[in-house]
Design a protein around this ligand. Structure first.
Ligand SMILES: NC(=O)C1=CN([C@@H]2O[C@H](COP(=O)(O)OP(=O)(O)OC[C@H]3O[C@@H](n4cnc5c(N)ncnc54)[C@H](OP(=O)(O)O)[C@@H]3O)[C@@H](O)[C@H]2O)C=CC1
Ligand SMILES: CC1=C(/C=C/C(C)=C/C=C/C(C)=C/C=O)C(C)(C)CCC1
Length: 321
């Protein structure tokens, strides 16, 4: 019990309720994403489960509706391994929703055999980083209009082993599935920091956080027999998905966290990140390269909401009760 307690600490103690608020959670049909979505729904938000398998999503939406009594749990198709699907998701969302207060970039793949997304990106970099980069870009204007609003990027302690090899971003020269995951999780943190810097400079009311959820008993290990075995052996000690959702919820809900925009969190506390993850030059270059790969302008953040921002009050950032 002591070891379990040690590995499972961190609870989101915010009591904030979310009536009238809108949230999107990617990869919400299972694991950490499902529990994150459930808690947001319990607090009264309208929650979009952005899932690549709509059938799985619908089953979970019904389960969450029954458990929380909140009928505003909606499923929308989002395959992060296909930029067409990401654009279609965003188009529909922008048409049907006036607001977006919370975006949880949670979906992820780990240790898949070498494969590419529909657009030719290496799968880990494509889904975990570039997919969420594009999604955030497409939804930014809505986040801006709904400010104060927040983006949470679910990364990992695994970023420690990550490196951004600009000459081999698509794993074509060399590839190791475990390291490919680590690289993509490092990219999540660098994206968070660069986005936070740009949002701050533009006076936006959007803040952004990266998260290590802990070691969590989920389907993430599905591609590795060894990891499935380790997870099975230690299943009693590692976090449940509900415990794994706490730090994402903490970053999405805790009042007064705006000053910590750009920081990395673990167990509901600011956490240390590796030297690579603090390298501003790499973060800036990754931003530019990501824009280039996705065919979007490097200054998209300024273009999305810049002219309107001067008319808005940008001092009060706390999520209103
Ligand atoms: N579990 C752990 O110990 C840790 C997890 N994390 C991070 O937490 C996040 C959540 O993972 P976790 O809940 O554990 O893992 P799961 O495998 O249980 O959940 C991952 C989710 O991502 C979805 N997903 C995968 N590929 C795509 C895609 N192409 N498009 C849209 N959705 C996709 C999955 O959908 P589907 O069910 O259809 O495959 C699923 O809903 C990930 O970012 C992971 O890197 C970080 C550190 C540790
Ligand atoms: C050795 C060992 C463990 C293994 C931890 C591992 C292998 C963690 C991997 C985490 C990953 C892959 C995170 C994903 O982002 C446990 C289970 C904590 C129990 C204590 C001993």
């Amino acid at each position: 019990p002591q070891i379990r307690k040690m590995l499972s600490s961190g609870v989101c103690t915010s009591t904030i309720q979310l009536p009238g608020k809108v949230a999107v959670v990617t990869g919400a049909n299972t694991g950490i994403g499902k529990e994150t979505a459930k808690e947001l729904a319990r607090r009264g938000a309208r929650v979009y489960l952005a899932c690549r398998d709509v059938q799985k999503g619908e089953l979970v939406a019904r389960e969450i509706q029954m458990m929380t009594g909140n009928q505003q749990v909606l499923v929308r198709k989002l395959d992060l391994a296909d930029t067409k699907s990401i654009r279609a998701f965003a188009k529909r969302f922008l048409e049907e929703e006036k607001h977006l207060h919370i975006l949880i970039n949670n979906a992820g793949v780990m240790m898949c055999p070498y494969s590419k997304t529909a657009d030719g990106f290496e799968m880990h970099m494509g889904v975990n980083h570039l997919g969420h980069f594009l999604l955030t870009h497409l939804l930014l204007e809505k986040l801006e209009e709904s400010a104060p609003s927040r983006v949470v990027n679910v990364s990992s302690l695994a970023h420690l082993l990550g490196r951004i090899h600009f000459h081999n971003l698509q794993g074509e020269k060399f590839y190791q599935s475990g390291l490919a995951y680590c690289h993509s999780k490092l990219a999540n943190i660098l994206f968070t920091q660069e986005l936070a810097r740009r949002l701050k400079a533009s006076g936006s009311g959007i803040t952004v956080y990266s998260v290590h959820p802990g070691t969590v008993n989920s389907e993430l290990v599905r591609h590795s027999a060894l990891m499935r075995w380790i997870w099975w052996i230690f299943s009693f000690f590692i976090k449940t998905p509900q415990q794994g959702a706490q730090t994402s919820l903490y970053c999405a809900l805790t009042e007064g966290l705006e000053v910590l925009s750009g920081n990395h969190f673990s167990d509901c506390h600011v956490a240390w990140v590796s030297a690579q993850a603090r390298n501003e030059t790499v973060a800036r270059r990754l931003w530019d390269v990501s824009c280039d790969l996705l065919g979007i302008p490097v200054d998209w953040l300024m273009m999305a909401a810049g002219p309107k921002r001067s008319l808005k009050q940008t001092t009060q950032h706390t999520l209103p009760k």
